[in-house]
Structures are given as C-alpha cells and as structure tokens.
Design a protein around this ligand. Structure first.
Ligand code: SF4
Length: 373
C-alpha cells in the first residue's frame, strides 16, 4: 500500500478517455496474523469517465468487500493489506484533475471526496433514510453540508430537480420515508447520491430488493442520467444478465479474484473463462431455441479452505493437472480484441480451448438472446 497521499496535477483536463479510478493489486483480509483469510486478492482494474463497469460473481466472491475497500468504508475485521486505489478528482474550477491515493487519504480528505466526487448506493440504502425526517430535509442536508454557499431557496429548488431526475414529483418532498414505496425510497437514495454530481457512483446490488418492473424503471433512469451527467459507475450484482444490458465492461470475480474482464458484448459472444461460461449458462434466454440450463456444479470455496492452484478447479469441467498445482495469472489471451483479460490455463496458448471457450472473437452467431428483466 502506498504510504503517502499523492496529490498531483494531471496533465490534461477531463476527457471521456481519462481514468476516474485506478485499482492496483488490491488485497483485503479478514482477521490478522495466522487467522487472516484473504477476501480480495490482487484486484486490478481501471475505470474511465462515463464507463459502466459491472462486477459480477456469486455471493461471497468479494464484490462488496471490494466496494467497501475502495470507498474506505470497510469495517473490522476487514483490513486492506496491500495495493493502491487512485482516484482522479475533478477540479471544481474545471482545471486539471488531481490524483488522490484513497488508501492513504486522511479522514478530512475522504470527507471532501465522498458524496461530492464519489458516492455510493448500497443494497439496503433505502433503509438508510432517517425515518423521522421528511424527504426535503434529507436531500437538502446533503447540499447544506457540502454546498454551504447555496441559499435555502436554491437548496429546495435543487431538491425538486433531483427528485424529478429520478421520476418523483415535488409533492413528495414533504413525505416521510414510510409514506414512500421501496422503489421510491431507493430512487431518493439514488437522487441523494447524484446530488453533487459525482464523477463516480458505486452501486452494490442497488435494486435487488425491488420487483423487476421497478428495477427496470430505476435502471433505465440511471442510464439516462449517466448519459446526461457523464458519471462512471461500478455496478455490483450477482445477476450477470442484468450487466449484459447495462455495463460497458464486465469483470467476473471468483473467490476474491478477478478471473475475466471484457467488453460486455465480447463476454456474451465469446466467454473465455469456464466460470464466466457457467454464469452465462445459468440464466435462460428469452428468445431462440430452448436450451437446457447447466449452471455451475458445487459451491464457492470457503475463505478458510481455498483450493490450491486455480481456485475454480474443483468445480471446473475443463480442469487438468496443472490447474490444481499452479494459479494462472490474469493475462490478455492471444487473438483478443479490446481489453479482455482472463486467468485460465486454457487461454495461455499451451492447449486448444474447447468450444465455446475458444470461439473466435467477433463471432456473434451464437450469441445468447438476452431479453432482460
Ligand atoms: Fe478450469 Fe483450469 Fe481454467 Fe481454472 S485454470 S478455469 S481449472 S481450465
């Protein structure tokens, strides 16, 4: 982990290609000493302005731990034991961004970044509203704290605008949370997260507790807002089918590690890791021929009893001798286009991967038809 908070001016002002967040070799343990178990292992990725990164994997794969570590909201016994999280903080004056090592930032600096430049919406966020305060007060409190220059009338106008952005009428400003449906409360939380126009929003299963219709409405609104405001999103879910529609890039996590990362369309057309393929085969296509869903046999490993070599080998139908002995590194397979990386011995050139793991990139003829939710 870096030991100093780096605050450097970037050379150029914002552009869509500029990174918002760079996570390098991030490690998170639960516990300390001999009792420590590794929950996030050497995770590395870069997120660019306006990009939606979908983080998928089964429960316990480390997705939420990663989000809490990035935002420095991890609670004991969770400990960040290595790596860097570099946030490119936009300048309020429109000048060059500055880079901040979030793992080394002190409480004051973090308080100046959270909500303003980096906000979070967690799965149970709708329960985070104060039950005895009206919606108006809760929305304007965020503005009062971070924008003390705003007059009360401006704050109220902004609160109305924010509710409008998530499809809620101004008369709801005077409501208490219990007077709103679950979907509306989650929309209020999203409005609150966007109140200060952050450049990055981290969403951890933000719509899981909602019915599919409400989920669809909220996600459509979110994507419209992303188009308009240009913020980047890390969207965490166990539902890969959702990400195929929503995300620009999908990163698959297994047992605390990233095992595959690719553009969403490339992952759908030609998964390279057997675990990605298993996830893709775990939900039904709404169009095309009926196919038998195969799922993934077995369960994710316990953090206390991690398999040797590739962590997926006890469940992998393609495992061979090397898989249980050596852990494959996350590499770009030969012939890949875009920014795909995979951690699998089938993709290192020593073996010919079986179909469909060896399908040529760009071949969309056998795409799964994802009809959405
Ligand atoms: Fe399967 Fe081996 Fe690839 Fe792991 S390295 S996913 S066990 S083929």
């Amino acid at each position: 982990m870096s030991t100093a908070t780096a605050i450097d001016a970037d050379a150029a002002p914002w552009s869509p290609a500029q990174p918002v967040l760079e996570v390098r070799g991030l490690n998170v343990d639960y516990g300390a000493g001999r009792d420590a178990v590794r929950a996030v292992n050497e995770v590395t990725f870069t997120l660019r302005r306006g990009e939606v990164l979908g983080l998928a994997g089964e429960s316990g794969s480390g997705k939420s731990t990663l989000a809490y570590a990035i935002t420095r909201l991890l609670r004991a016994p969770g400990v960040i034991t290595g790596g860097e999280v570099v946030f490119h903080q936009p300048s309020a004056s429109g000048g060059p961004a500055r880079t901040v090592d979030l793992l080394a930032a002190d409480a004051r600096e973090l308080a100046g970044i959270r909500w303003v430049d980096l906000s979070m919406v967690f799965q149970s966020a709708m329960h985070a509203l104060n039950p005895v305060a009206r919606i108006e007060g809760q929305l304007t409190d965020v503005l009062k704290r971070h924008r003390p220059d705003m007059a009360p009338a401006e704050r109220r106008a902004r609160a109305i605008e924010l509710l409008g952005m998530v499809g809620i009428t101004p008369d709801r400003l005077s409501s208490y949370p219990h007077e709103l449906s679950g979907g509306m409360r989650q929309r209020v939380m999203i409005a609150m997260a966007l109140a200060l126009e952050p450049s990055l929003v981290i969403m951890d299963e933000p719509t899981t507790a909602l019915d599919v219709v409400t989920q669809r409405e909220i996600l459509d609104e979110l994507m419209r807002l992303r188009e308009r405001l240009g913020f980047a999103v890390i969207f965490i879910t166990h539902d890969l089918s959702l990400l195929l529609e929503l995300a620009d890039t999908i990163a698959i996590m297994y047992a605390g590690q990233l095992v595959e990362s690719a553009a969403a369309a490339d992952l759908l057309a030609a998964p390279r890791h057997p675990y990605s393929l298993g996830l893709l085969n775990s939900f039904p296509a709404l169009h095309g021929e009926r196919v038998k869903m195969t799922g993934i046999p077995g369960s994710p490993p316990s953090l206390r009893a991690m398999p040797t070599g590739c962590k997926f080998h006890p469940r992998c139908p393609h495992a061979f001798e090397r898989c249980s002995a050596e852990q494959p590194a996350l590499l770009t397979p030969a012939g890949s286009r875009g920014k795909r990386t995979v951690a699998c011995w089938l993709q290192t050139g020593d073996r010919v991967p079986p179909e469909p793991l060896g399908r040529p990139e760009g071949d969309r003829s056998q795409d799964l038809a994802v009809g959405g939710h």
